[in-house]
Structures are given as C-alpha cells and as structure tokens.
Design a protein around this ligand. Sequence first.
Ligand SMILES: [Zn+2]
Length: 335
Amino acid sequence: MPYTFEKLPQLVDRREGMQERGEYVDYGVESKKVRVWHHSLTEKHLGGSDAESFADYHVNTNGWPGIGYQFVIEPKNQVEGPDGRMRARIVWCHNPGVKSYHVGNSNKMSLGICVAGDYRKDKLDEATLLSISELHAALVRDGIGDSDKSHNEMPGYSWKDCCVFDYHDAFKFKPVAKNKQPDQLPGKYTVQEGDTYWSIAGRDGAQGVKVNDLIVANPGVDPNKLQVGQVIKFGKAQNAYTRKPEEPKKPQSAYKYPLPTGVHRKGDKGAGVKQLQNALNAIYFKSGAADGIFGPKVEDAMRRFQMVYLPYEVDGVYGPNTRRKLQAVLKSKGY
Ligand SMILES: [Zn+2]
C-alpha cells in the first residue's frame, strides 16, 4: 500500500539517480522513532540549496554512501498544486526505514528531513511552510516515527544551529483562504480591492471613525487614489468620538466643561466665550487666559481645533458643528 506522503503533489521520487557510492541499510519503517528536522545552513536561493547538491557533498566530500536525509524540501523549486497553491518541492531520497547519516548515534531511529535554507537569515515562505506541514501530516498518518525533534534536540547536538526555525509552528501552518481579509493591525486598516474612505469609515469598531477623521489621520494620502494593500491610520480619529444617538443627552451643567450654544466669533464677549476658552484649554488648544473675550488667540485656537477635527469648516467661528465636535473630543478625553 502506498504511503500517504507519496500522494503529495509536490513530491518527487529521487530514490534512484542521485549521487551515491554504496548502500545504506534498511531496517524497516518500524525502526524509526523520531522525525528529525534540519535546515541546510545554505541560503535558500543559492545554487547549492537542493537535494542534488547535498547528495554531491555527502558522497564526494563526506564519503557517505548517499545523501544523509530521507526528504529534502526545496524552497527555490516551487510546484503549483491542483488547488493552485505553490508548494516547495519535496525530494524523496531514501525509503523511510533506511539508516542514513544525519544524527550520529541516533541515525537508526531517526528519519531525516532537511529544509533547504539558512533560517538564521532566511524566512520560511508560505510555499515552504505548506510543504513542511503537509509532509509532517502525511508522515504522522503513515505512522513513520512517533515524535518530532530538531537536530539540536538530539543527543550530542545541542551546539548545532539546526534547525533554528520553529518546526512546531510550521506544522500548524494553514494557508490563508483565498479572498480572506488580511489580519488588520490595531489602529490601522489595510486597503482592500474596491475600498474608499466611505467603505473604510466605521471599520475601527465601536468608535466608528468618519470619512473626515480618516482624512485628518492620513494627511499624505489622496482619498481618491487608495491603493490595495496601502495601510491607512485610524490614528487620532479615534479621539473624534461622536455621540451614539441612543445616549440620553446630559444637561450642560453636568459637564466639567459646559459649552455655550449659538454662534461665537471674534469680537464676542461673555460667559459663553469664557466656557469656550476653558474647554479649548482643557484639550490643549491653548486660547489664553479665560477672560471671556473672543480675541485673536481664541480665534486661532478655534481654527487649530477645526483643522484637526473639522477640516471642511476651518473658519475660526464657533457654531453647532464645532460645538458637537468639541463636546465629543472633551468626552473622549474623559471630561
Ligand atoms: Zn542538521
């Protein structure tokens, strides 16, 4: 009965035809207890990072009977599977029961699997991770070995930089489902096909940023020319909290910084202007001492506030929209 691993679409059978000088002994598949994971310490894109080159080295430099591993995974030779996914080629070098050379005194009980590459520098790509996880799953199903170890977890090899990738993590690798949204970073959004600021607005969760907020948070981004994969900041926009409609309105006297109603502009005086000055000062839009006079400093603070929170209404005049936004910002700061 063929092994499960033989059905892997990325497997090539090279048990015959690679460099050898003699025969390793086959003790039968039952002799294998441990699946030992290696990396080759040759950078994965280089000419020498494949099974043929390892066989040549093991035979002609080391003088061994043949290549030391049962399987070699080759990241630079990728194969497209029937599902359209790319996979790193898996070269099948010896029968599973063969006692080849890769872990000294433990050779007889150990199956050798080498992932070509130097993972002190290289990164495992998806095609390679997929081959590692599929080969591992197949070997488990086939009952070849009972456990997994890296080379340097075997007796006498703790000094080795082999393998340095996290093979347990690699076994769990699942390719991202097609059309699935990529994981979004906190406070950020990665632009998808067809997105506009209008479709992105509100995607930061409960706080619900608005289109204006996105424009403010991303000064270098042209909203009409979003690129797929571009990362947009929700950023400061989360401060621009707007009241949820179901929340009952509190009377202004309940707030630490009550806000005046109506319109206030340069030249106005009175208690309402004083409230406005206190509120702007509290959120660090400094408007000078709260003297109740809407002078140049208050107008300047008003403009600076509007530039950040109401970029379409920068006129230095306090009215209903500015009031609403100011209230929301005060609330977001805990007032
Ligand atoms: Zn090794």
